[in-house]
Design a binder for this molecule. Structure first.
Ligand SMILES: Cc1cc2nc3c(=O)[nH]c(=O)nc-3n(C[C@H](O)[C@H](O)[C@H](O)COP(=O)(O)OP(=O)(O)OC[C@H]3O[C@@H](n4cnc5c(N)ncnc54)[C@H](O)[C@@H]3O)c2cc1C
Length: 458
């Protein structure tokens, strides 16, 4: 039986990062994967969706070339080529992980891993053992009982990024990051899109002002939006799909070629031996402590299969922390209150910390500053005047409680707020930090200045 110091089950951004950190720290390491290296993120999540969205954004630029003084008369999309490019980008990233495994001398074991007692794992009939086993089996699209996915007319995200024919009409159920990214992509490509959201606003986890801005932008671009609306049943017996939607006004039937169910994820905890080993689970999440140890010594869990935000950067951060703790290093528990969340439709959304509503609900005395991109030189030059940066500070102590952005390129700007919050910076320190001109990032400095009544360009 092959024996390792650390075996990682699953090779997503949790698993493969854990394996690399383990190897760096001198552990003999193996990673087990049943599909493609890189997990959902690289193969069916973060990366291929961003490739699709890039094609949509380029297409939008072509449509609006005249706004930039350019004449582009002959252009069109090739839906299959757009999908092919996205798949190619995903394959390239997966191959990159293969290279990293080789470079770090990590054994890749292909197949389905099942946990066994005594710190062993069975992979399709062959047993391996390790001093430490890290479970990083991730998640899949969640299916609602009244919205079963047949993979053809009622689909999840995997099919949505790999369709061989562009639908004319699409219903997107759920308006979290995945739902709105696909809604934007398909609408740009020319599909008629209707979003159905159960809650009373789209992108429900975001600050109210951000949700309102996205709703305005989406409606302007032709996306139909139904909030406080629930799909109660679907009928796929005809040529397309008919969805019965319950709204405050009564029942409505929507017809489309395809319905995308984007109502969240379900962890991969089935048939991996958790019950045999006795690992504690709450609903579909493996229970862990601050250092990702399960209730059974020697078994750990990280990423989407554990509680906490289901994001690639969270999985990777947990991976590094888990392995460094195994190595006996001094590590601090992850601050789940300072995790940035990004959505890559146009306009992009990026946020960290408390929303205005959450800060008020906590009874905090707050200072708010907001700077619209319509007042930014870089945004004007780029033709990206939509959106704003909003910052929230504690009025008494100056703690940076939250930062919420919507607009072009904001997903690359949020790291400033995350770092500022990590270093416990105050508003005055941010507004006295010289930002380069002209950049979109000046809007962060100006928003902070606005909170302290020192804004220059408003
Ligand atoms: C459409 C979409 C877009 C997304 N966009 C973003 C984004 O922009 N930014 C972001 O931060 N996050 C994004 N996410 C979320 C992100 O993909 C996940 O949070 C991340 O992949 C979780 O990493 P993980 O390592 O926990 O699991 P996963 O990436 O799910 O990897 C788990 C791996 O384990 C393997 N596995 C499972 N069970 C077994 C077994 N028994 N034996 C062997 N192998 C097994 C699976 O095949 C898989 O490869 C997106 C998700 C989706 C679906």
């Amino acid at each position: 039986m092959s024996k390792y110091d650390i075996i990682v089950l699953g090779s997503g951004p949790g698993g493969y990062v854990a394996a690399i950190r383990a190897s760096q720290l001198g552990f003999k390491t193996a990673v087990i994967e049943k599909e493609s290296l890189g997990g959902i993120c690289l193969n069916w999540g973060c990366i291929p969706t961003k490739a699709l969205l890039k094609s949509a954004q380029v297409f939008e630029y072509l449509k609006h070339a005249e706004d930039y003084g350019l004449k582009v008369t002959d252009y069109d999309k090739d839906f299959n080529a757009v999908v092919k490019r996205s798949r190619g980008v995903a394959d390239g990233m997966s191959n990159g992980v293969k290279f990293l495994m080789k470079k770090n001398k990590i054994d890749v074991i292909e197949g389905f891993g099942t946990l066994k007692t005594g710190k062993k794992i069975d992979v399709d009939g062959t047993e391996y053992s390790a001093d430490h086993i890290i479970i990083a089996t991730g998640a899949r699209s969640r299916e609602l009982p009244n919205l079963p996915q047949d993979g053809k007319k009622v689909i999840g995200y995997r099919q949505a990024m790999n369709l061989d024919k562009q639908p004319k009409k699409m219903i997107v159920v759920g308006s979290g990051a995945i739902g709105v990214e696909f809604a934007y992509f398909y609408n740009s490509m020319g599909t008629e899109v209707t979003i159905v959201e159960y809650l009373d606003k789209i992108v429900p986890v975001e600050d109210n002002e951000v949700s309102k801005q996205l709703e305005r932008s989406f409606k302007k671009s032709g996306i139909k939006i139904m909030t406080s609306a629930e799909v109660t049943s679907v009928d796929t017996s005809g040529a397309g799909v008919k969805a019965t939607v319950k709204t405050k006004k009564g029942e409505e039937t929507l017809e489309a070629d395809i319905l995308l169910s984007a109502v969240g994820i379900k962890s991969n905890i089935e048939n991996i031996g958790l019950e045999d080993v006795g690992i504690a689970v709450d609903r579909d999440k493996i229970l862990v402590n601050d250092f990702y140890q399960t209730n059974i010594p020697g078994y750990y869990a990280i990423g989407d299969v554990t509680p906490g935000q289901a994001l690639a950067h969270v999985a990777s951060a947990e991976a590094i922390l888990c392995v460094e703790k195994i190595a006996g290093q001094h590590v601090e528990a992850l601050d789940y209150g300072n995790i940035p969340g990004c959505t890559y439709c146009t306009p992009e959304i990026a946020s960290v910390g408390l929303t205005e509503e959450q800060a008020k609900a906590k009874g905090l005395d707050i200072k708010i500053g907001k700077f619209p991109f319509s007042a930014s030189g870089k945004a004007s030059a780029g033709g990206n005047k939509e959106g704003f940066v909003k910052v929230i500070f504690d009025a008494k102590y100056g703690e940076w409680l939250g930062c919420h952005m919507i607009g072009a390129g904001v997903t690359d700007m949020i790291a400033e707020a995350v770092l500022g919050r990590k270093l416990e910076t105050t508003g005055h320190e941010v507004l006295k930090t010289v930002h380069p001109h002209p950049t979109m990032s000046e809007a962060v400095m100006e928003a902070v200045a606005a909170a302290y009544d020192e804004v220059i360009h408003l």
